[in-house]
Design a protein around this ligand. Structure first.
Ligand SMILES: [Zn+2]
Length: 261
């Protein structure tokens, strides 16, 4: 009895130590990133999520410059907030990963999300195909064939967790949209919060609007990156197809340490 309760205590202490180390590490990375004094190193890990050969062919042809527009977007938006650091982020493409990351339900509760985030860290530590410098942020890109008629599940970025999970279609036509989703999840890892209603996908006014002062308010022609939709008319929401018409609004900017002057 005594032995098993001691063992239990030991397990709890170990878990607390792990949680403490994770929390400290996250906090330190967060403070460093939000200072924006050196480029953030982002490593992208492609994964064939449906095992199809057309998905594999797409992944084989991926190059790091297919993601250049994400860096250009960050630079363009940061300069509007007088952030001097250049480049703001550097992107690296890791070799394909042959393991599938742990999944989580969209409506998962807090405890499930905490366990998922620990599981995800453990998983990312176990399966690392990257041999270069230690990344600040890891983004896992789960590619699906556009030939299969199924909706993509939700992408996720651990807020202040330095890990993002992005679902995308393996096709050139979807590249702009995937880059937009990567930018959204990347900003979550920098500390940005969602600016849309999770039930209806509607942008939240005013922070989720790119042009909240516009008169008339609709149609909007650009999206705020953390709201993720362009509200064209009362019943029409459009997902941006490229980062060209996406902006970082003032609230998101403050959350990631860009202070408007
Ligand atoms: Zn989000």
């Amino acid at each position: 009895m005594l032995k098993s309760s001691r063992f239990r205590l030991l397990r709890i202490i170990l878990l607390l130590i792990v949680l403490f180390v994770v929390a400290m590490n996250t906090w330190l990375t967060d403070v460093r990133i939000q200072a924006w004094e050196r480029p953030v190193w982002v490593v992208l890990y492609p994964i064939n999520a449906d095992g199809r050969t057309d998905t594999e062919a797409y992944i084989d042809a991926l190059r790091v410059d297919h993601f250049t527009e994400i860096g250009a977007f960050l630079q363009r938006e940061a300069s509007r907030y007088h952030v001097e650091q250049n480049p703001l982020a550097e992107f690296y493409l890791a070799p394909e990963l042959y393991a599938q990351p742990p999944e989580i339900e969209v409506g998962a509760g807090l405890l499930d999300r905490v366990f998922w985030s620990l599981h995800m860290r453990w998983w990312s530590w176990r399966h690392d195909s990257w041999q270069g410098l230690e990344p600040d942020v890891r983004i896992y890109l789960r590619y699906f064939s556009p030939q299969e008629d199924r909706p993509l599940s939700h992408s996720l970025g651990l807020q202040k967790g330095m890990i993002g999970l992005v679902n995308g279609f393996a096709g050139v036509d979807y590249r702009g949209m995937t880059n937009f989703v990567i930018a959204h999840e990347l900003l979550h890892t920098f500390g940005a919060s969602d600016k849309y209603d999770l039930e209806t996908n509607e942008p939240i006014y005013p922070d989720g609007y790119a042009d909240p002062q516009q008169k008339p308010l609709l149609p909007q022609t650009r999206a705020e990156v953390m709201s993720g939709r362009i509200k064209v008319s009362p019943s029409w929401l459009l997902m941006p197809q490229t980062l060209d018409n996406v902006i970082v609004g003032p609230k998101t900017a403050r959350e990631i340490g860009w202070f408007p002057h």
